[in-house]
Design a protein around this ligand. Structure first.
Ligand SMILES: [Zn+2]
Ligand SMILES: [Zn+2]
Length: 279
């Protein structure tokens, strides 16, 4: 029944419960496979990323849970790694050398023209404030800067899954209605998806905000692109709370089927495999 999730935070980052609580809830709900992916360390401290000195305990805690729950669920360890700039991103040696099962590459941060780092992965109201204060209220330039970071990330590699591609669409649409209908937007989106396809990455359909905001990341309007470009896709809940491990999963799988996509990627016995959507 495609009961899998590979995007899950824990109290090592901004997740609201210990790793084991997510594992227990996944087992309780009948998941066959579950992956942990806390926010990887950045070169500076934040309230939402793991500290570099905690990475070893993160891996150690996972190893002990994997042993403890062996035979009841397949457990995998990953990280959600930010593309910040050319010095801190999924492709650098430090991340490549970690013993991980998979890596999610995501963009949450942009730099303004003074070089100040700005988190654009926030509520739409806060996004509008930051757009005004850091990016001259220029929706187009900011959105294009976001797409450009994703392109650089895809170019450099070091990850398996593109995290919440196109997430900026929701916030940008609040500042400029129907922005994603603009031809420049559609072109940037098409170029990104084509490059992701060419490079052979998987793309997640992230369901974290579905019940709150009514959108997936990327949303259903992008599903025809995913299909056209044959991008391998999987559904992830990006859960920060154990009770949300399964949130929006069925809805996303159904929406994919409606768009004519009938297969999703699942990690089975350590290998990514294409499996039919069974909802
Ligand atoms: Zn993220
Ligand atoms: Zn996440």
């Amino acid at each position: 029944m495609n009961l899998t999730n590979y995007h899950s935070h824990t109290s090592f980052c901004d997740g609201r419960a210990p790793m084991e609580d997510f594992v227990k809830e996944a087992i309780r709900q009948g998941f066959t496979s579950y992956g942990i992916s806390s926010h990887a360390p950045l070169p500076f401290p934040t309230h939402w990323t793991m500290k570099k000195e905690d990475v070893e305990s993160y891996l150690e805690e996972f190893r002990s849970l994997k042993n403890e729950y062996q035979g009841r669920i397949e457990l995998y360890i990953g990280l959600e790694i930010d593309y910040l700039d050319e010095y801190s991103n999924p492709s650098i040696e430090y991340f490549r050398n970690l013993p991980l099962d998979y890596r999610i590459g995501s963009v949450h941060l942009l730099k303004d023209d003074k070089g100040e780092i700005v988190d654009v992965d926030c509520s739409k109201e806060v996004f509008k404030e930051r757009l005004d204060n850091h990016f001259h209220s220029d929706v187009k330039a900011t959105v294009l800067a976001y797409f450009s970071k994703l392109m650089s990330m895809a170019e450099l590699g070091g990850f398996d899954i593109v995290g919440h591609a196109d997430k900026i669409a929701y916030n940008a649409s609040f500042c400029q209605p129907n922005v994603s209908e603009q031809s420049w937007y559609k072109q940037a989106q098409r170029d990104l998806f084509a490059f992701i396809s060419e490079k052979g990455y998987m793309m997640e359909v992230n369901t974290k905000a579905y019940h709150k905001l009514g959108v997936f990341y990327p949303d259903t309007t992008c599903f025809s692109l995913i299909k056209e470009m044959h991008i391998p896709v999987l559904v992830n809940s990006d859960s920060h709370y154990p009770e949300l491990v399964n949130d929006g999963r069925i809805e996303a799988l159904q929406a994919l089927k409606t768009a004519g996509i009938n297969m999703v990627m699942e990690l089975i016995a350590g290998k990514w495999q294409e499996n039919p959507i069974l909802v």
